[in-house]
Design a protein around this ligand. Structure first.
Ligand code: UD1
Length: 418
């Protein structure tokens, strides 16, 4: 199993080119199922999760080609199955995103029910209820969701709670449904907006993009298009956090400057100097004191759960006490005991972590338990005295393209070992 070895204590300094957003490219690749003609997706990050979704599409017979720049072209004319098997879905829950497009275009889908995962039980009841509201017949048997519909019908769907992939699945179902669908309490994450913009380019009729009410007028057919995925706001935030935690400076390039307001406000509150251009954000922590900040995760535009662990790492070496409250997932604090192994002072009460900043934390052998927890441990390793070894970095590779190369380029001492 591969690990990252980090010699901590170096202030990072330099530019980092940000990749396309993992959470946007996955639904957009699923949306290619809806296209009658070939489609090309650009600015695709080189990530394990992207390869997994490509395998799910290939397993259905869809032709998937990746060029030297990692642009992915798909052609659905070769599709011969509407099934996403357990072996792939269990490695990536986001495979559930093929459910909506398959029923919408082919009238049937058989998708393995994702199991629980490290950060929580993560049910998909809202995805299923929404499809049923659109007239699909859905059963769950032998671990598979089986959905059928001759043609989905428009409906008004009020989501019980804000679900990102739930909204995306129902949006992709509604674009080919007969009549008008209204999704209320829809997720407003920028990745949902990126998917909606891609669907519009394919010929879909969607109003309310970027708001919590999406109104979709179904069309008969969608065509393939050429679409470039938006930059990854969580990768952006993670590299800015690397500058904050090491007292350095990082300029992230090719970023979406408007999708990170809640995170940038917290960096400023933590004492960082933030500068922005058209497509770059810089964080300068040189000569400044890192202060602990309180964090409460909530759906966009509030502070994202996918940045919670990184700010927890920052709080461990800050001045003062920061209270971190996780409201989205019930078990997303697994980095806390690992940080404690590095000398962090954290008291955990349910989904609230009270972090007392320490003058120093120390390198240790630690284990990544999920994607963002792995980013948290890498950040802690950058700030710690001595050597940190982060094990199980297959979690990191699911969401961070070439993390050791990008960190080395800004001066960090990080190597990948087997
Ligand atoms: C997506 C993101 C993930 C991010 C999360 C929250 C992708 C591929 N992943 O995950 O990185 O951390 O949003 O911003 O985009 N829920 C239900 N029933 C459902 C669906 C969700 O109870 O049918 C619950 C979940 O258990 C969770 C909450 O709703 O407690 C939000 O989850 P959701 O937004 O659906 O997360 P994902 O879309 O899986």
């Amino acid at each position: 199993m591969q690990k990252l070895e980090i010699q901590g204590g170096i202030a990072v300094d330099g530019d980092v080119l940000i990749s396309g957003a993992k959470n946007a490219v996955l639904p957009i690749l699923a949306a290619t199922i809806l296209a009658e003609t070939p489609m090309t997706v650009r600015n695709v990050p080189r990530l394990k999760d992207v390869r997994t979704l490509a395998q799910v599409l290939e397993g259905m017979g869809i032709t998937v080609e990746t060029d030297a720049e990692n642009n992915i072209s798909t052609d659905t004319s070769t599709l011969n199955s509407c099934r996403a098997p357990y072996d792939l879905v269990r490695t990536m829950r986001a495979s559930i995103l093929v459910l909506g497009p398959l029923v919408a275009r082919y009238g049937e889908a058989e998708v393995s029910l994702p199991g629980g995962c490290a950060i929580g039980s993560r049910p998909v009841n809202l995805h299923i209820a929404g499809l049923e509201a659109m007239g699909a017949e859905v059963t769950v048997q032998e671990g598979y969701i089986r959905a059928k519909a001759s043609r989905l019908k428009g409906a008004t769907i009020t989501m019980d709670l804000v679900s990102v992939t739930g909204t995306e699945n129902l949006l992709m179902a509604a674009v080919l449904a007969e009549g008008t669908t209204c999704i209320e309490n829809a997720a407003r994450e920028p990745e949902v907006t990126d998917l909606a913009n891609c669907l519009i380019k394919m010929g879909a009729k969607i109003k309310g993009v970027g708001t919590d009410t999406l109104i979709i007028e179904g069309v008969e057919k969608l065509q393939g298009c050429d679409y470039s995925v938006l930059p990854d706001r969580i990768e952006t935030g993670t590299y800015l956090a690397a500058a904050a935690i090491t007292g350095g400076r990082v300029r992230t390039l090719n970023v979406d400057v408007n999708s990170l307001d809640a995170v940038l406000n917290k960096f400023t509150e933590a004492g960082a100097l933030i500068k922005k251009g058209d497509d770059w954000i810089e964080l300068d922590m040189r000569g400044r004191m890192l202060k602990a900040v309180d964090i409460r995760t909530d759906p966009y535009p509030a502070f994202p759960t996918d940045m919670q662990a990184q700010f927890m790492a920052m709080n461990t070496v800050s001045q003062g006490i920061g209270v971190v409250v996780e409201t989205i997932f019930e078990n997303r604090m697994m980095h806390v005991p690992e940080l404690a192994r590095m000398g962090a002072n954290i008291r955990l009460e349910g989904n609230t972590a009270i972090v007392a900043g320490m003058p120093e934390i120390y390198g240790a052998q630690v284990m990544a338990t999920d994607l963002r927890a792995s980013a948290c441990l890498v950040l802690a390793g950058l700030a710690a005295k001595g050597k940190t070894t982060v094990d199980r970095i297959y979690h990191t590779d699911r969401g961070y393209e070439k993390i050791e190369e990008k960190l080395s380029a800004i001066g960090a001492n990080v190597v990948r070992v087997s």
